[in-house]
Design a binder for this molecule. Structure first.
Ligand code: GLU
Length: 436
């Protein structure tokens, strides 16, 4: 068996869409699963619509997702340029082959491919056998001299010795033309695997570039974890059949094959994507989490972090288990770093729903002031003793205390939160709040 060679062959005519990313990912997974080679080939013959900036976005997005390619732009390789725009000579040579075989002819300034008139059977690894007959000859070079997609796609797959063509189901109808071409060249046929479409989150229809959550760039900007996005994309059209979805990439690589690819279209689910992100964020190693949280705060918020990195680290790690994403993280931790923190209106309503919170706060303030040791156990024992003495639930003290020092109704666990803030800050804030 020859070694697996797969390719991702985008036309860089737009931003990096999750449908394209998923195609790249499945090719990459298959290459890594088989120990084969993953080629990146840029199908840029339609030069009007191709832009260098799109190419950079694409490469950036692939690198961010960890989809490293073995041949193509930015890496050496034995197969020459990986931009179709640089392969005109090769396409001319291949056209000559077809002419010699009597399978290409000129008409109206264009060059046409002469079809065989035979029914072709596509053995698709996902969709099974599909029989089709190509009725009409089709153009392979336009009258302006540029080659047509079907032709360059097949010529490149031949030159680059591609063994498996893994691409979107929207190409299923093109494949018959491609089979005709492979046969006309007497070239070995790659195995085709068409992967299901990604539908938009609601209603029918393919997810388009305009749908929310459709561009990889959006996740980069929102500081999603690339491993989470990649893991989620693996589950869009592939099923490990083990009732697990959140899995390390190494396990996915080990399990990935065409049997697991589902035929029915996959539906994009923004909430699920965000859930994957939350799970990955909470499971992140402390030093990685601290680095990412710091970057999110420095780039996406106005918060000025103090010099004291031990304090910053304590705050971040305290809040990590409650962090839903890095986009909301700055607003969650702001009060630790800013004495002029804001009081949230909804939180206020919740805290002042019943009882007399200000009176409770005054009582708890007296207790906190007199504490010698301000660790979470001591704080907890003191507050629960107070609650017991006054015959009220401890949460009545906790809610108003949290609100007065943070302006919020939720957040990290209260006792360690008070401990991290420290006695003087807590007492200053409570006192100021009582005097407001
Ligand atoms: N350039 C084509 C696309 O972006 C490639 C199709 C294929 O993978 O063969 O859809």
């Amino acid at each position: 068996m020859s070694k697996t060679r797969v390719r991702f062959a985008p036309s860089p005519t737009g931003f990096f869409h999750i449908g394209s990313a998923r195609t790249a990912l499945f090719n990459w997974l298959y290459a890594r699963h088989t120990g084969g080679t993953f080629v990146l080939r840029i199908e840029d013959t339609d030069d009007e619509r191709n832009r260098v900036e799109y190419l950079n976005i694409l490469k950036d997005g692939m690198k961010w997702l960890g989809l490293d390619w073995d041949e193509g732009p930015d890496v050496g390789g034995d197969f020459g340029p990986y931009f179709q725009s640089q392969r005109a000579d090769i396409y001319r040579q291949y056209l000559e082959i077809l002419r010699k075989k009597g399978r290409a002819y000129d008409k109206d300034g264009a060059v046409f491919f002469k079809v065989s008139g035979e029914t072709q059977i596509l053995h698709d690894a996902v969709y099974g056998d599909v029989a089709r007959m190509e009725e009409k000859d089709f153009p392979i070079f336009r009258s302006n001299g540029t080659p047509v997609f079907h032709f360059v796609n097949v010529v490149d797959d031949i030159c680059m010795q591609i063994t498996n063509v893994i691409r979107g189901q929207d190409h299923l109808t093109n494949t018959n033309k491609h089979i005709e071409l492979f046969k006309a060249f007497d070239a070995p046929m790659p195995q085709f695997a068409h992967i299901p479409l990604i539908l938009k989150s609601e209603g029918q229809g393919k997810m388009s570039k305009r749908d929310r959550g459709a561009l990889i760039e959006e996740y980069q900007q929102k500081n999603y974890l690339p491993e989470a996005v990649r893991n989620y994309l693996c589950m869009l059209g592939w099923n490990p059949k083990n009732d697990r979805e959140i899995m390390p990439i190494g396990e996915i690589i080990a399990l990935f094959d065409f049997h697991g690819i589902v035929k029915s279209n996959a539906r994009f689910d923004e909430r699920k994507m965000s859930h994957f992100n939350t799970e990955y964020l909470r499971a992140l190693a402390p030093d990685k989490f601290v680095a990412m949280a710091r970057r999110a705060i420095e780039t996406e918020s106005d918060i000025k972090l103090p010099e004291d990195s031990a304090y910053v680290e304590k705050v971040f790690l305290l809040c990590q288990p409650k962090a839903a994403n890095l986009e909301c993280f700055p607003s969650m931790v702001e009060f630790f770093f800013n004495d002029a923190y804001k009081f949230d209106a909804a939180a206020r309503e919740k805290v002042y729903k019943k009882g007399n919170p200000d009176e409770r706060l005054a009582q708890v303030f007296e207790v906190l002031k007199s504490l010698e040791s301000f660790d979470h156990d001591s704080i907890y024992s003191a507050i629960s003793a107070l609650a017991e003495k006054n015959g009220v639930k401890i949460t009545e003290y906790m809610q108003i205390l949290r609100y007065s020092v943070s302006g919020l109704a939720g957040g990290p666990d209260l006792m360690p939160m008070l401990e991290v803030l420290g006695k003087s800050k807590v007492c200053e804030r409570v006192e100021a709040y009582l005097k407001r």
